[in-house]
Design a protein around this ligand. Structure first.
Ligand code: PLP
Length: 410
């Protein structure tokens, strides 16, 4: 008899976006003529930029020739892409990395979920709250998160609340923890971390022998020159942090699939006997065993983002989304809502008015304005009383949604 991994049974049945889809479908059944606009889901809408499309065409043509065919590639990624990453994302910011500290992946979701395999099941973990659900759920699947209580909190997870009251800057844990997940610019709050604040986290990690998993999936949206794009801009981070990047929101790769993870050589974790073990070779071993590399075509596509044409085309699309964000911020403010984020990130975090909870506001907006947002409580207990809007729609849809919200507000 095969025994099931019963940690899976502790996970809530439904994924947030499935719950939302169910409610929207119920609305559609009773309002068949309503045209619902979603400002909720995190997928992008604008097409791949021409430089990327051309690179993919070229790669496909190559694959159709005997000389240019590529089968299994290196599990860690091709050097042409690693070199482009090193030069453009790190050396240009004064960060030195070795090529073999860069691991190409099929998007940040896989690696942010898989990385916890490198540490024992009984490490303590802390997360900022609200948070991208993959971090906790992936720990829950192997039993590290404990049990989920009726208050929405997992028993073995330390929650670091980020709310309007603390300006969305989490307090350092009041005890030592083994692992901390940080995500900046943040999904879902759209807020960022200053260099000075990030330095406090790195110093905490160095003092307490804590490992930081730093998700920088949205760094391309940073406009403020004082906001760090990488945790390695902070001295000492090479000794305590793993960093995740994604081309999904940077360049519309949600359907192409490519990103990368940095595991520095200086990073170690301890055995029970106190021996220090470098994590980079372990991740290399893990990837070589369980991952067969990102497709050659996707990696050539990612490389094209770093060409002069690619850079300017990608910046244009990001500018397009951020124009939505500005329109949303100004409309919401004019209507008297308290809104956060949306300046260095494609997410806007709105405080629901009065006592209305996240799901209540979601339903009122759906039924009143036929617009879909994402209930903040779906991202963690501190998200209650907030909803998330995304800037990934088209200008037309976003403007129409804002017009309806304005009308609904009277
Ligand atoms: N990290 C964060 C914070 C995200 O919001 C997402 C996607 O929404 C991801 C990682 C995963 O991105 P992908 O797997 O598409 O690279």
């Amino acid at each position: 008899m095969a025994l099931v991994n019963d940690h899976f049974l502790k996970l809530p049945n439904n994924y947030l976006f499935a719950d939302i889809a169910k409610k929207v479908n119920a609305f559609r059944v009773t309002h068949p003529r309503a045209d619902v606009i979603s400002l909720g889901i995190g997928d992008v809408t604008q097409p791949l930029c021409p430089a990327v499309v051309e690179a993919m065409h070229r790669a496909v043509d190559e694959m159709g020739t005997r000389e240019g065919f590529h089968g299994y590639g290196p599990e860690q990624g091709y050097d042409f892409l690693r070199e482009a990453i090193l030069k453009n994302d790190f050396v240009s910011r004064g960060i030195h990395l070795d090529l073999d500290e860069i691991f190409i992946n099929d998007g940040a979701k896989s690696d942010t979920g898989n990385i916890q395999e490198l540490i024992r099941w009984d490490n303590s973990i802390a997360v900022t709250d609200p948070i991208y659900p993959v971090y906790i759920d992936s720990n829950a699947m192997i039993g590290r998160a404990g049990l989920k209580g009726s208050d929405g909190r997992w028993s073995n997870v330390i929650y670091l609340p980020c709310t309007a009251e603390n300006g969305f800057v989490p307090q350092l844990p009041d005890r030592r923890v083994d692992v901390i997940y940080l995500c900046y610019p943040n999904n879902p709050t759209g807020t960022v971390i200053s260099r000075q604040e990030l330095r406090k986290w790195v110093n905490y990690a160095l003092r307490n022998d804590t490992l930081i998993f730093y998700d920088a999936a949205y760094e391309a949206y940073i406009a403020d020159p004082d906001i760090p794009h990488s945790i390695y801009e902070i001295r000492g981070a090479r000794k305590c942090a793993i960093e995740f990047h994604s081309y999904s929101k940077t360049a519309g790769f949600t359907g192409v699939r490519c990103g990368y993870t940095i595991v520095p050589k200086d990073l170690t974790a301890a055995t029970l006997e106190g021996r220090r073990i470098p994590l980079r070779p372990l991740w290399d071993r893990r990837q070589s065993t369980k991952f067969n590399g990102t497709s050659y075509i996707s990696q050539r596509a990612a490389e094209a983002i770093y060409t002069p044409e690619g850079r300017s085309q990608v910046a244009e699309t990001i500018g397009y989304y951020m124009q939505n964000a500005r329109r949303m911020l100004s409309t919401f403010r004019r209507l008297g809502y308290r809104v956060y984020g949306g300046e260095n990130a494609p997410y806007i975090w709105l405080k629901t008015p009065g006592e209305s909870g996240s799901w209540q506001f979601f339903e009122e907006l759906l039924y009143g304005a036929n617009v879909v947002c994402t209930p903040g409580v779906g991202f963690g207990p501190s998200g209650e009383g907030y909803v998330r809007f995304t800037a990934f729609g088209s200008h037309e849809q976003t403007d129409e949604a804002l017009r309806r919200i304005e009308k609904w507000n009277g």
